[in-house]
Design a protein. Structure first.
Ligand code: AP5
Length: 230
């Protein structure tokens, strides 16, 4: 696969792209540990802002509850500040951003303006709508914003029922994982995000990964792809 990296300019810059429930968060845990990258998940940042009751959180909540995207300018500002921080100098892992063409354009501008290394690889987790609905109905998450671990009652249950393995907090269902909101999120993905697949394929940085199969099987495919970029 073609790479946008320049030698000697730090580690990997990776974007995780895919429908809601494709497994971005699950694979992100593995990638960030394997490549020692800061994990920047806009969904997690926005949920933390909602929980903290900040101005951004109050604005974002109305959109998130409906399964719609938070306005581009809100998310773009968050990510532009975050990837300019010192811990991102040796690479970063973006999860859930960009999600619209204007967000992708803004990311390109940030990279150019701050003279950052370009994206090395966009890992596109490809999955059917049926599989998404099945996964999200079984998802449970740790509400502790310091932890945020994700489980699935069918495929990845915690060791003790209802309790996070990592921090011992009681796990919950996300508000936006209710069936009507999941349907809306899928529609939003098709309308506003799916165009990014062609954009990054044309740029020569897309790695399309079949996201069905066990989490371990998917991880093997992702690591094989990133190993060839590294
Ligand atoms: P966000 O939190 O980013 O949600 P999402 O993209 O809808 O993705 P999910 O977190 O639902 O799924 P995932 O792909 O991470 O899958 P996971 O690994 O958890 O965004 C939430 C909201 O915030 C958006 O709707 C929007 O309003 C707002 N927002 C965020 N970013 C934004 C942006 N850039 N612009 C505007 N608004 C933004 O897996 C799902 C389930 O499946 C889990 O239960 C997991 O255990 C299970 N699972 C994972 N892999 C497998 C497997 N291989 N086999 C079986 N089960 C599996």
């Amino acid at each position: 696969m073609a790479s946008g990296s320049d030698e000697g300019m730090g580690g990997l810059n990776v974007v995780l792209l895919g429908a809601p429930g494709a497994g971005k968060g699950t694979q992100a845990q593995l990638i960030k540990d394997r490549f020692d990258l800061p994990h920047i998940a806009t969904g997690d940042i926005l949920r933390a802002a909602v929980a903290a009751g900040t101005e951004v959180g109050l604005r974002a909540k109305a959109y998130m509850d409906k399964g719609e995207l938070v306005p581009d300018e809100v998310v773009v500002a968050i990510v532009a500040d975050r990837i300019a921080e010192d811990d991102c100098a040796d690479g970063w892992l973006l999860d859930g951003f960009p999600r619209t063409v204007p967000q992708a354009e803004a990311l390109d501008r940030t990279i150019a303006e701050k003279s950052l290394k370009p994206i090395d690889c966009v890992v596109y987790l490809s999955i059917t709508a049926e599989a998404v609905v099945e996964r999200l109905s079984g998802r449970r998450v740790c509400p502790n914003t310091e932890c945020g671990a994700a489980y699935n009652v069918e495929t990845m249950p915690p060791k003790a029922e209802g309790i996070c393995d990592r921090c011992g907090t009681g796990i919950i269902q996300r508000d936006d994982d209710k069936p009507d909101t999941v349907r809306q999120r899928l529609e939003t993905y098709e309308k506003r995000t799916s165009a990014l697949v062609a954009r990054y394929r044309d740029a020569g940085v897309l790695a399309e990964i079949q996201a069905e199969g066990t989490p371990e099987e998917v991880s093997e495919r992702v690591l094989a792809e990133l190993g060839s970029v590294e």
